[in-house]
Design a protein around this ligand. Structure first.
Ligand code: ZN
Ligand code: ZN
Length: 249
């Protein structure tokens, strides 16, 4: 396929969305760092699931240990920058995340996305919607609620990456892209979740937003994977210069 040849012209610079055993990834922080070094990345972030997730959120009490792990790895792997992040969960109350503003300082930066398994996030209705099960109440109303909490999370907090926008329920991507434009939040192209997909990339590109590719690796072997996401961006006609962590070879 012609696009496959195009890939040879590009490489991923860094991967700011990877998971470890601190949530439901399979590897340790060091496993992910080693994998990133092997792939020649200049930086990696550990971005495990926020503490509000009922089954696989990080324990708030573990964050200090995560930070200690990372500080201990820095002198061992001087060739790469290692950041502690979190994939906060978007919820419909408080500061609209399961990471409080007071907790932001524990992380080098905060990513956020919508997931099932979070009380206060319309989880049952979104799960049913995503599995094609019709419920009482319109999808339109659910979309308004989902979009409202996402946009509020973006304006209320300094979020670096909005992870897999449009995944796991109905969302108004126009409203969300506008909020990302206003707040300078990066919109993620995440092939693992198939969002943003080709159509969504093309749609969001109409807004003055920048994009990022993440592996969302839940296993060290997947750290730094970007090829499928980049192919989607190319298919969408997105100028590669708008993806902040891709550079020409
Ligand atoms: Zn996620
Ligand atoms: Zn993730």
């Amino acid at each position: 396929m012609r696009n496959k040849y195009l890939l040879e012209n590009y490489r991923l610079k860094w991967d700011y969305h990877t998971h470890t055993v601190y949530s439901h990834g399979k590897g340790t922080i060091e496993d992910n760092v080693k994998a990133a070094v092997d792939k020649g990345l200049s930086a990696i972030a550990i971005s495990d699931h926020g503490p509000g997730h009922l089954t696989y959120g990080i324990k708030r009490s573990a964050v200090a240990q995560m930070r200690a792990d990372i500080e201990a790895l820095k002198p061992k792997y001087p060739e790469i920058d290692i950041f502690l992040s979190v994939e906060a969960n978007i919820v419909n109350h408080g500061n609209y995340l399961d990471v409080t503003k007071e907790e932001f300082g524990q992380y080098d930066f905060v990513n956020a996305g919508y997931h099932f398994g979070i009380p206060g996030g319309y989880m049952v209705r979104n799960w049913l919607y995503s599995h094609g099960i019709k419920t009482q109440g319109s999808a339109k109303r659910l979309m308004v609620k989902n979009t409202d909490m996402t946009v509020k999370a973006l304006y209320e907090n300094k979020i670096k990456i909005l992870t897999h926008p449009g995944d796991k329920g109905p969302f108004d991507l126009g409203e969300i892209a506008k909020a990302c434009e206003d707040t300078g939040t990066l919109m993620e192209i995440n092939f693992w979740h198939h969002h943003l997909n080709v159509e969504e990339i093309a749609f969001c590109a109409e807004y003055d937003v920048r994009f990022v590719i993440s592996s969302d690796a839940h296993h060290p072997s997947r750290v730094g994977n970007y090829e499928e996401s980049l192919l989607a961006a190319i298919e969408a006609g997105l100028p590669i210069s708008r993806i902040v962590n891709i550079e020409g070879a």
